[in-house]
Design a binder for this molecule. Structure first.
Ligand code: TXA
Ligand code: MG
Length: 363
């Protein structure tokens, strides 16, 4: 069967049991598109060796065509069908963190068709930990190329319902496997240069990487410099909710003070906020600070400041919820940029279009 037309009006939405996974694998083999859970975010998968199916991924997501896809495998041995071997550091890092939320960029196996990696001579590979994802890849009998299963530019989906909202009617099937454990896209490390380089921070933190392979480079997009990023996807506007987001950085109480003072200004009639629905992305530690605004302000708790993993797991869901509730302006509390905080802030700053306010205690 050739790849289906994207206008297909029906998307099968199924709990990811054995029957559904087998159906999904058949759809992949026949050139269709299946959204499936991974431990990071939901992916939109197709057979890595079917050019027409890969094109349909770009159409369904409205994704720029120069942005290559990650190939997902179910066991390390499958990597050798697409890459030219693992350099020593890549070998050690994947031994430590595969299966898991880590993607490595390696030299592509000579002779593979160009479309497998958007014409690049490198390939990105991930061995996910999620068992639904691995059973699907195994049953499909091919590596599965999969970007995050959102419309391009929207926050990545961490629930099957997010995929349905963005891509319902545009893809063949959605496998529902519940909420994603980590909630941020995988850490990407490039091993094709002289020194390994972190292209996208994630739940495998910079510290966890240096523990295994020593110091690494940080790509321009990670440190916020003006150089073009090495992962083509990092240059695009991302994670942009419809709402206008501002991130407030600094010590948590200084942040809550600054947000509170802006909300009071809005209540007193600051014309900037006239007619706008306001929201706050708060934390367990700070939520009570906004109680005085009652129903005038939608306060959503993203997680616990002492457990960054809880913030990572909820971030994209909360950004989407502000949109679903029709909030126009979001004041988001920021986080320290270490450990998982580096990945959280990388996504949050993009959601805010770099609208960032530094907060200090007033004395
Ligand atoms: O957690 C994840 O990685 C999820 C799940 C579904 O596995 N996938 C994901 O894919 O986030 P996507 O397409 O949204 O992001 C892939 C990123 C893009 O920024 C892309 O430019 C970069 O990886 N990338 C892919 N192949 C590359 C290559 N050969 N060289 C440099 N960057 C590459
Ligand atoms: Mg994406």
């Amino acid at each position: 069967m050739s790849a289906p037309e994207i206008k297909a009006p029906q998307t099968i939405f199924a709990q990811a049991d054995d029957t559904a996974i087998n159906t999904a694998a058949r759809i992949i083999r026949e050139g269709g598109l299946v959204a499936f859970p991974t431990e990071t975010v939901y992916g939109l998968g197709a057979d890595s060796f079917n050019e027409a199916a890969l094109k349909n991924i770009y159409r369904a997501k409205n994704r720029p065509s120069d942005n290559p896809l990650i190939l997902h495998i179910y066991e390390k041995a499958q990597a050798f069908s697409v890459c030219d071997g693992f350099p020593e550091a890549a070998e050690r890092l994947t031994e430590a963190y595969w299966p898991g939320p880590l993607t490595v960029i390696l030299k592509k196996k000579p002779g593979l068709p160009g479309f497998v990696s958007s014409g690049l001579n490198t390939i990105s590979l991930r061995l996910p930990e999620n068992t639904i994802a691995r059973r699907l890849i195994k049953a499909s009998g091919t590596p599965i190329s999969a970007p995050s299963a959102n419309s391009s530019g929207k926050p990545s989906p961490t629930r099957a319902s997010h995929v349905l909202y963005d891509l319902g009617g545009k893809i063949d099937m959605i496998l529902d496997g519940g909420a994603c454990d980590y909630g941020l896209e995988s850490t990407i490390v490039d091993f094709t240069g002289d020194v390994p380089c972190l292209l996208r921070p994630g739940s495998i933190t910079r510290e966890m990487i240096t523990d295994v392979i020593g110091e690494i480079q940080l790509d321009s997009s990670v440190i916020g410099s003006a150089e073009p990023p090495r992962a083509p996807g990092m240059k695009y506007t991302h994670y942009s909710p419809l709402a206008d987001v501002t991130v407030f950085m600094g010590e948590a109480t200084a942040v809550a003070d600054e947000i509170t003072s802006r909300l009071r200004g809005a209540r007193l009639g600051n014309p900037v906020y006239a007619g706008k629905k306001l929201g706050v992305m708060a934390t367990e530690q700070t939520k009570e600070r906004y109680a005085e605004f009652g129903a005038d302000v939608l306060v959503l708790v993203v997680g616990d400041r002492n457990r960054p993993a809880s913030v990572a797991a909820n971030l994209f869901k909360i950004l989407r919820n502000f949109d679903y509730y029709g909030v126009d302006v979001v004041f988001a509390e920021g986080f320290a940029e270490d450990g998982e905080g580096l990945a959280i802030m990388n996504r949050l700053k993009k959601a805010a279009g770099n609208n960032i306010v530094q907060c200090h205690h007033k004395d």
